[in-house]
Design a protein around this ligand. Structure first.
Ligand code: NDP
Length: 285
């Protein structure tokens, strides 16, 4: 059997098409969605991510402001800028690119962002809302995974889902989102004994670990749905996921590729959260 390849580029295009209509409706009411992106330091990968986000905003008709700060900027200056953005009515979303330089406490920075502008969904209030099933902003990567699963009409209720990885930005919110859709969810970590026994019992496997080709075909139930969140370079410098795509695609029913799977959805869901935030602000008058 060869799996259906779940195309994140195509799903992303479709979601962005729907967003364009929502942006147009806001603009007709005199509201242009606005996103502020803050980059502290000179991490080259972060710089690329931030530029891609700003470019995606421009393509979607979202106003964006990009603030670049040197690595030795004080935490107080970063917090002061966040407070100014919290109070700026033209800004509906605030994103601080991670990682931050070590002298800046990431928890303090995330806590300073007004929850109603927390479009990354990393504020504890956003994570709490997700856990309690209340409206808030969902972290973009797992939210993008849900969009892919829905696009391919993957049934979730009553299915066994295994999430490999428990980070606050991917694994844990992913598990909560699947649970919220009535999947029976298992979370595996580096401490899990016999990972393969868990993944082989799963109808849906989401891998978010950061280890090249960790999940191989022999660890997957025939016909299962496999989602690869990982972004890694292998020993040859090739961009690969956490899933051994070649062996898994021969066993699974559906699989996401890397690149071209979950990656494109992350920025798209950031845009979606920014538009949602602008809609909420417009509705609140
Ligand atoms: P973290 O390093 O924060 O978390 C990794 C998780 O994997 C931890 O919970 C860890 O367990 C677990 N783990 C490590 N080794 C194993 C193992 N052998 N078996 C089972 N679990 C294991 O990573 P992130 O969640 O931030 O990112 C995961 C991957 O996803 C990375 O490759 C990252 O680049 C990618 N990513 C991709 C995004 C996208 O847009 N596509 C966005 C965000 C991340 P423990 O907690 O016990 O240490």
């Amino acid at each position: 059997m060869t799996a259906v390849i779940m195309d994140g580029v195509a799903v992303s295009k479709e979601v962005r098409g729907r967003l364009a209509a929502r942006v147009a409706a806001l603009v007709a009411k005199g509201v242009r969605p606005g996103l502020a992106v803050m980059l502290v330091g000179d991490n080259p990968a972060s710089r690329v991510y931030v530029r891609n986000k700003v470019k995606a905003c421009a393509e979607a008709g979202i106003h964006s402001v990009m603030d670049e700060y040197p690595a030795d900027t004080s935490a107080a200056d970063v917090l002061a800028r966040i407070r100014a953005l919290n109070a700026d009515p033209s800004i509906h979303g605030i994103l601080v690119q991670l990682p931050l330089p070590p002298h800046i406490d990431v928890d303090d920075v995330l806590a300073a962002i007004a929850p109603e502008k927390d479009v990354d969904g990393f504020h504890v209030e956003s994570l709490g809302a997700l856990m309690a099933g209340k409206p808030g902003f969902q972290p973009c990567t797992p939210h993008g995974v849900m969009e892919i699963l829905d696009h391919y009409q993957v049934p979730l209720a009553g299915r066994n889902a295994v999430v490999v990885g428990r980070s606050n930005i991917v694994g844990k919110p992913m598990a909560l989102m699947l649970l919220g859709r009535d999947a029976t969810v298992t979370i595996c970590t580096s401490k899990t004994r016999d990972l393969a026994a868990h993944t082989r019992a799963a109808d849906i496997v989401v891998v978010a670990v950061g280890r090249p080709r960790l999940l191989t075909g022999d660890m997957v139930k025939p016909g299962a749905v496999v989602v690869d969140v990982g972004i890694n370079r292998d020993a040859d410098g090739k961009l690969v996921g956490d899933v051994d795509f070649d062996s898994v695609k021969e066993v699974s029913g559906f699989v996401t590729p890397v690149p071209g799977g979950v990656g494109p959805m992350t920025i798209t869901m950031l845009l979606a959260n920014a538009v949602t935030s602008a809609e909420r602000a417009a509705a609140a008058g």
